[in-house]
Write a protein that binds this ligand. Structure first.
Ligand code: ZN
Length: 238
């Protein structure tokens, strides 16, 4: 607009920059959310890996007991052959007692095996439930990731188009202000602030009567305490 004062144009530029910065912040936030969702995916995969390895070690125990039982069977068979060839009652008794002891071991192994099988069945059912639940959760996460990625892509496109418009906001703003603003921007997020209750609204430094008069005459002053640009919103009907 033609009747816009340099200060109003300047404030429009600052507002533009603030909006641009909030877009950047939003993109960063989306990126963080996506990273977090990927981490959740990994956690779900990790629970499956843990469950899988639990099942594998249970199977290993079962295999070991099955091997043990087979080997005890073989031992009993051998003892029985020796029993048939026993020379005297003493040898006979000794072999019998060895067979008894092997039988006891075998019974214990068989009982353990039975319990292991039951435990494995329970564990497998649990694993299947976990797989199903994880699948659902992963589906939800994948959808959320896709949505956020789309949002991010849109925001990046918007930001790129917006960036091209910045030069037009600089038009009509005194060069001196632009230079000072560029220097202040790198230090503070709000380099230009309105006055509030006759003070700088950023650092609350009080203003002199003379400064207030200047500000009401639409001057742009620098705060003597924080060096931000100050303006009087009422004077500019803002
Ligand atoms: Zn100040």
């Amino acid at each position: 607009m033609l009747n816009e004062t340099p200060l109003i144009k300047f404030i429009a530029l600052i507002t533009f920059d603030r909006d641009y910065a909030s877009m950047s912040a939003h993109i960063v936030a989306l990126q963080k959310e996506i990273t977090l969702l990927h981490a959740q995916e990994n956690e779900l995969d990790a629970t499956i890996t843990v469950s899988d390895s639990g099942i594998r070690s249970m199977k290993k125990e079962i295999d070991a007991d099955e091997l043990l039982i087979a080997s005890l069977d073989q031992q009993i068979k051998e003892k029985k052959e020796r029993l048939a060839a026993a020379m005297n009652p003493r040898e006979h008794r000794a072999i019998m007692s060895e067979i008894d002891s092997i039988n006891t071991q075998q019974l214990a192994a068989e009982e353990r095996l039975l319990n292991s099988w039951t435990a494995l069945e329970t564990r497998k059912r649990g694993h299947d439930k976990l797989l199903l639940a994880n699948q659902e959760q992963k589906q939800r996460i994948a959808t959320a990731i896709a949505e956020k990625q789309q949002q991010m892509a849109d925001e990046i496109t918007t930001q790129a188009t917006t960036a091209a418009r910045r030069a037009s906001y600089e038009q009509g703003v005194p060069e001196q202000w632009l230079e000072k603003y560029a220097a202040m921007r790198s230090r503070v997020p709000n380099p230009v602030v309105p006055i509030e209750q006759d003070s700088c609204s950023a650092c609350f430094h009080g203003l002199s009567h003379q400064e207030l008069v200047q500000l009401r005459r639409r001057a742009l002053l620098e705060c003597k305490s924080c060096y931000r640009f100050l303006y009087c919103p009422i004077a500019h009907q803002l």
